[in-house]
Design a binder for this molecule. Sequence first.
Ligand code: ZN
Length: 151
Amino acid sequence: MNTDVRELYQEVLLDHGKRPRNRRRPDRVDRRIEGDNPLCGDNITLYLAVEDGVISDASFEGEGCAISTASASMMTEAVKGKSVDEAAALHDSFHRMLTGVNGNGSNGNGTGKLAVFAGVREYPVRVKCATLAWHSLKAALDSDRSNVSKE
Ligand code: ZN
């Protein structure tokens, strides 16, 4: 990655960290999940509205460092309008990008602009900040499935 691209990526992260999108309490909530990262002190509450298997709204509240806030901001933007299955696949791609197998993360192919987080991999203590929102998403999606099977 050349320096210009790296700086552009950092700008995107800073922008979302300072002016997070979708940080609000929504009118409609189907799934509500709280997540925290005690290593850094980040915490978020994730809200999803799911209609006919599609995430019609995604938003969050909470406080955290710039990376966790930017991650929650971009995650909610990325999954809104996606099906539950697509969102789960995106979670897997994001998780693979940041953790990988045997420490070799993917280059973020298939994650679109979420690839800005690939650089976080170089700072292991920050990986949990970047994945907090995504772990919460996964928990919310899984709770969806368990509720469905109970009905
Ligand atoms: Zn953090």
